[in-house]
Design a protein. Structure first.
Length: 283
Protein backbone atom coordinates (compact mmCIF):
# COMPACT_ATOMS: atom_id res chain seq x y z
CA UNK A 1 0.00 0.00 0.00
CA UNK A 2 1.18 3.52 -0.74
CA UNK A 3 1.38 6.20 1.94
CA UNK A 4 -1.70 7.82 0.47
CA UNK A 5 -3.60 4.53 0.47
CA UNK A 6 -2.72 3.96 4.14
CA UNK A 7 -3.85 7.44 5.15
CA UNK A 8 -7.07 7.10 3.15
CA UNK A 9 -7.84 3.74 4.77
CA UNK A 10 -7.23 5.05 8.28
CA UNK A 11 -9.32 8.17 7.72
CA UNK A 12 -12.19 6.05 6.35
CA UNK A 13 -11.94 3.79 9.38
CA UNK A 14 -12.00 6.78 11.76
CA UNK A 15 -15.29 7.95 10.28
CA UNK A 16 -16.95 4.57 10.91
CA UNK A 17 -15.18 2.97 13.83
CA UNK A 18 -17.47 4.22 16.61
CA UNK A 19 -20.60 3.00 14.84
CA UNK A 20 -22.23 -0.34 13.90
CA UNK A 21 -19.44 -1.22 11.45
CA UNK A 22 -16.76 -0.97 14.14
CA UNK A 23 -15.83 -4.66 14.11
CA UNK A 24 -15.64 -4.68 10.30
CA UNK A 25 -13.27 -1.73 10.22
CA UNK A 26 -11.12 -3.10 13.02
CA UNK A 27 -10.85 -6.30 11.00
CA UNK A 28 -9.87 -4.34 7.90
CA UNK A 29 -7.13 -2.52 9.80
CA UNK A 30 -5.91 -5.83 11.21
CA UNK A 31 -5.64 -7.23 7.68
CA UNK A 32 -3.53 -4.25 6.63
CA UNK A 33 -1.50 -4.13 9.85
CA UNK A 34 1.85 -4.99 8.24
CA UNK A 35 1.57 -2.39 5.44
CA UNK A 36 0.46 0.21 7.98
CA UNK A 37 3.46 -0.53 10.21
CA UNK A 38 5.79 -0.40 7.22
CA UNK A 39 4.38 2.98 6.19
CA UNK A 40 4.79 4.34 9.71
CA UNK A 41 8.42 3.25 9.62
CA UNK A 42 8.99 4.90 6.24
CA UNK A 43 7.43 8.15 7.40
CA UNK A 44 9.55 8.16 10.56
CA UNK A 45 12.76 7.41 8.68
CA UNK A 46 12.09 10.25 6.26
CA UNK A 47 11.12 12.67 9.03
CA UNK A 48 7.58 13.21 7.71
CA UNK A 49 6.10 14.26 11.03
CA UNK A 50 2.71 15.54 9.92
CA UNK A 51 1.80 12.49 7.85
CA UNK A 52 3.21 10.21 10.53
CA UNK A 53 1.13 11.85 13.24
CA UNK A 54 -1.99 11.65 11.09
CA UNK A 55 -1.47 7.94 10.61
CA UNK A 56 -0.41 7.05 14.17
CA UNK A 57 -3.12 9.16 15.81
CA UNK A 58 -5.74 7.99 13.32
CA UNK A 59 -5.13 4.43 14.53
CA UNK A 60 -6.20 5.29 18.09
CA UNK A 61 -9.05 2.78 18.26
CA UNK A 62 -6.95 0.11 16.59
CA UNK A 63 -4.20 0.50 19.19
CA UNK A 64 -6.75 0.41 22.00
CA UNK A 65 -8.94 -2.42 20.76
CA UNK A 66 -6.17 -4.82 19.76
CA UNK A 67 -4.10 -4.35 22.89
CA UNK A 68 -1.25 -2.73 20.96
CA UNK A 69 -1.21 0.32 23.20
CA UNK A 70 2.53 0.23 23.80
CA UNK A 71 3.18 0.24 20.07
CA UNK A 72 0.81 3.13 19.49
CA UNK A 73 2.46 5.14 22.23
CA UNK A 74 5.91 4.40 20.82
CA UNK A 75 4.97 5.60 17.33
CA UNK A 76 3.35 8.78 18.65
CA UNK A 77 6.29 9.51 20.94
CA UNK A 78 8.71 9.10 18.04
CA UNK A 79 6.78 11.34 15.65
CA UNK A 80 6.13 14.00 18.29
CA UNK A 81 9.88 14.19 18.88
CA UNK A 82 10.63 15.08 15.23
CA UNK A 83 11.60 18.71 14.54
CA UNK A 84 8.61 19.24 12.22
CA UNK A 85 6.25 18.18 15.00
CA UNK A 86 7.40 20.79 17.52
CA UNK A 87 5.18 23.60 16.24
CA UNK A 88 2.02 24.09 18.33
CA UNK A 89 -0.38 23.08 15.61
CA UNK A 90 -3.73 21.33 15.45
CA UNK A 91 -2.09 18.09 14.33
CA UNK A 92 0.30 18.16 17.28
CA UNK A 93 -2.60 18.80 19.67
CA UNK A 94 -4.56 15.89 18.20
CA UNK A 95 -1.58 13.54 18.50
CA UNK A 96 -0.98 14.63 22.10
CA UNK A 97 -4.63 14.03 22.93
CA UNK A 98 -4.50 10.52 21.44
CA UNK A 99 -1.22 9.78 23.22
CA UNK A 100 -2.89 10.95 26.42
CA UNK A 101 -5.81 8.58 25.83
CA UNK A 102 -3.43 5.65 25.35
CA UNK A 103 -1.62 6.57 28.57
CA UNK A 104 -5.00 6.87 30.33
CA UNK A 105 -5.90 3.33 29.22
CA UNK A 106 -2.69 2.07 30.82
CA UNK A 107 -3.24 4.09 34.01
CA UNK A 108 0.00 5.95 33.32
CA UNK A 109 -1.31 8.93 35.23
CA UNK A 110 1.59 11.37 34.97
CA UNK A 111 1.94 10.91 31.22
CA UNK A 112 -1.82 11.05 30.62
CA UNK A 113 -2.19 14.30 32.53
CA UNK A 114 0.77 16.02 30.86
CA UNK A 115 -0.23 14.97 27.34
CA UNK A 116 -3.91 15.87 27.72
CA UNK A 117 -3.21 19.22 29.34
CA UNK A 118 -0.70 20.20 26.65
CA UNK A 119 -3.23 19.26 23.98
CA UNK A 120 -5.86 21.43 25.67
CA UNK A 121 -3.42 24.34 26.00
CA UNK A 122 -2.56 24.26 22.29
CA UNK A 123 -6.19 24.04 21.30
CA UNK A 124 -7.00 27.05 23.47
CA UNK A 125 -4.17 28.99 21.78
CA UNK A 126 -5.55 28.06 18.35
CA UNK A 127 -9.13 28.88 19.34
CA UNK A 128 -10.51 25.65 17.89
CA UNK A 129 -13.77 25.52 19.86
CA UNK A 130 -14.83 21.98 19.00
CA UNK A 131 -11.38 20.56 19.76
CA UNK A 132 -11.27 22.54 23.02
CA UNK A 133 -14.58 20.97 24.04
CA UNK A 134 -13.21 17.54 23.19
CA UNK A 135 -10.05 18.05 25.27
CA UNK A 136 -12.05 19.42 28.19
CA UNK A 137 -13.88 16.10 28.42
CA UNK A 138 -10.64 14.14 28.50
CA UNK A 139 -9.01 16.31 31.14
CA UNK A 140 -12.24 16.20 33.15
CA UNK A 141 -12.27 12.40 32.97
CA UNK A 142 -8.72 12.35 34.29
CA UNK A 143 -9.66 14.64 37.19
CA UNK A 144 -12.65 12.45 38.02
CA UNK A 145 -11.27 8.93 37.56
CA UNK A 146 -7.73 9.37 38.85
CA UNK A 147 -7.90 12.30 41.26
CA UNK A 148 -11.54 12.08 42.45
CA UNK A 149 -11.54 15.85 42.00
CA UNK A 150 -15.22 16.12 41.12
CA UNK A 151 -15.38 19.90 41.49
CA UNK A 152 -12.63 20.45 38.92
CA UNK A 153 -14.09 17.78 36.64
CA UNK A 154 -17.55 19.37 36.74
CA UNK A 155 -16.17 22.78 35.79
CA UNK A 156 -14.36 21.27 32.81
CA UNK A 157 -17.43 19.31 31.70
CA UNK A 158 -19.69 22.33 32.03
CA UNK A 159 -17.33 24.45 29.93
CA UNK A 160 -17.32 21.71 27.31
CA UNK A 161 -21.11 21.49 27.39
CA UNK A 162 -21.44 25.25 26.84
CA UNK A 163 -19.22 25.03 23.77
CA UNK A 164 -21.06 22.05 22.29
CA UNK A 165 -24.38 23.81 22.82
CA UNK A 166 -22.99 26.93 21.14
CA UNK A 167 -21.90 24.76 18.19
CA UNK A 168 -25.13 22.72 18.28
CA UNK A 169 -23.16 19.46 18.39
CA UNK A 170 -25.62 16.89 19.72
CA UNK A 171 -23.15 14.04 19.99
CA UNK A 172 -20.76 16.22 21.98
CA UNK A 173 -23.64 17.23 24.26
CA UNK A 174 -24.40 13.54 24.80
CA UNK A 175 -20.78 12.81 25.75
CA UNK A 176 -20.75 15.61 28.31
CA UNK A 177 -24.13 14.63 29.76
CA UNK A 178 -22.78 11.13 30.21
CA UNK A 179 -19.76 12.41 32.10
CA UNK A 180 -21.83 14.75 34.26
CA UNK A 181 -24.11 11.81 34.98
CA UNK A 182 -21.13 9.76 36.07
CA UNK A 183 -20.08 12.49 38.50
CA UNK A 184 -23.53 12.44 40.06
CA UNK A 185 -23.52 8.64 40.13
CA UNK A 186 -20.16 8.55 41.89
CA UNK A 187 -21.59 10.80 44.59
CA UNK A 188 -24.79 8.79 44.98
CA UNK A 189 -27.00 11.45 43.39
CA UNK A 190 -29.07 8.96 41.39
CA UNK A 191 -31.99 11.29 40.72
CA UNK A 192 -29.54 13.69 39.07
CA UNK A 193 -27.49 11.03 37.29
CA UNK A 194 -30.34 9.07 35.70
CA UNK A 195 -31.90 11.78 33.49
CA UNK A 196 -28.47 12.96 32.39
CA UNK A 197 -27.44 9.45 31.35
CA UNK A 198 -30.82 8.53 29.86
CA UNK A 199 -31.03 11.65 27.71
CA UNK A 200 -27.44 11.28 26.62
CA UNK A 201 -28.04 7.63 25.72
CA UNK A 202 -31.02 8.59 23.54
CA UNK A 203 -28.72 10.79 21.44
CA UNK A 204 -26.07 8.07 21.26
CA UNK A 205 -28.63 5.48 20.15
CA UNK A 206 -29.88 7.81 17.43
CA UNK A 207 -26.29 8.35 16.28
CA UNK A 208 -25.56 4.59 16.53
CA UNK A 209 -22.41 5.37 18.52
CA UNK A 210 -21.72 1.81 19.70
CA UNK A 211 -18.57 2.77 21.58
CA UNK A 212 -20.26 5.36 23.78
CA UNK A 213 -23.45 3.30 24.19
CA UNK A 214 -21.34 0.61 25.81
CA UNK A 215 -20.02 2.99 28.45
CA UNK A 216 -23.50 4.44 29.03
CA UNK A 217 -24.91 0.97 29.75
CA UNK A 218 -22.22 0.46 32.40
CA UNK A 219 -23.19 3.72 34.07
CA UNK A 220 -26.90 2.87 34.03
CA UNK A 221 -26.03 -0.49 35.58
CA UNK A 222 -24.27 1.40 38.35
CA UNK A 223 -27.36 3.50 39.05
CA UNK A 224 -29.56 0.39 39.20
CA UNK A 225 -27.14 -1.29 41.61
CA UNK A 226 -27.05 1.79 43.83
CA UNK A 227 -30.85 1.86 43.94
CA UNK A 228 -31.14 -1.79 44.95
CA UNK A 229 -32.31 -2.99 41.51
CA UNK A 230 -29.86 -5.88 41.47
CA UNK A 231 -31.26 -7.93 38.59
CA UNK A 232 -31.63 -4.86 36.39
CA UNK A 233 -28.07 -3.79 37.20
CA UNK A 234 -26.58 -7.15 36.24
CA UNK A 235 -28.74 -7.42 33.11
CA UNK A 236 -27.48 -4.02 31.95
CA UNK A 237 -23.90 -5.00 32.75
CA UNK A 238 -24.32 -8.27 30.87
CA UNK A 239 -25.72 -6.41 27.86
CA UNK A 240 -22.79 -4.03 28.00
CA UNK A 241 -20.31 -6.91 28.06
CA UNK A 242 -21.94 -8.59 25.06
CA UNK A 243 -21.92 -5.35 23.09
CA UNK A 244 -18.29 -4.78 24.03
CA UNK A 245 -17.26 -8.23 22.82
CA UNK A 246 -19.12 -7.94 19.52
CA UNK A 247 -17.71 -4.48 18.82
CA UNK A 248 -14.13 -5.14 19.89
CA UNK A 249 -14.02 -2.64 22.76
CA UNK A 250 -11.42 -2.96 25.50
CA UNK A 251 -12.07 -0.99 28.67
CA UNK A 252 -9.37 0.93 30.55
CA UNK A 253 -8.56 -0.80 33.86
CA UNK A 254 -9.60 2.28 35.85
CA UNK A 255 -13.08 2.09 34.28
CA UNK A 256 -13.31 -1.67 34.83
CA UNK A 257 -12.48 -1.23 38.50
CA UNK A 258 -15.03 1.59 38.80
CA UNK A 259 -17.82 -0.51 37.26
CA UNK A 260 -17.00 -3.51 39.44
CA UNK A 261 -17.18 -1.31 42.53
CA UNK A 262 -20.56 0.06 41.45
CA UNK A 263 -21.91 -3.45 40.82
CA UNK A 264 -20.76 -4.82 44.17
CA UNK A 265 -24.07 -4.06 46.00
CA UNK A 266 -26.01 -5.90 43.28
CA UNK A 267 -23.78 -8.96 43.52
CA UNK A 268 -24.19 -9.03 47.31
CA UNK A 269 -28.01 -8.98 47.10
CA UNK A 270 -28.21 -12.08 44.89
CA UNK A 271 -26.73 -15.54 45.25
CA UNK A 272 -24.23 -16.82 42.71
CA UNK A 273 -26.88 -18.48 40.56
CA UNK A 274 -29.10 -15.37 40.62
CA UNK A 275 -26.20 -13.21 39.49
CA UNK A 276 -25.35 -15.60 36.66
CA UNK A 277 -28.96 -15.78 35.45
CA UNK A 278 -29.39 -11.99 35.41
CA UNK A 279 -26.07 -11.53 33.62
CA UNK A 280 -26.98 -14.14 31.00
CA UNK A 281 -30.36 -12.49 30.43
CA UNK A 282 -28.58 -9.18 29.81
CA UNK A 283 -26.22 -10.75 27.32
Amino acid sequence: MSKLDCLTLVEQARSEIFGPQRATWLGRLEQEYNPLRATLGQLLDSGEAVQGLRLAAGLREFWLSTGRIDEGRDWLRAFLALPQAKARTAIRAWALDVAGALAFWQSDQDAAQALMEEALAIRRELGDRQSIAHSLIHVGQYKSMFESNYTAARLLFEESLAIYRELDRKIGIAYVRHNLGNLALEQGEYSVAYPLLKEGLAILLDAKDIWAINFALDSLAGIAAGQGQSKRALRLAGASEALRESAGILLPPVWQAWVERLLEPARKMLDEEGCAVAWAEGR
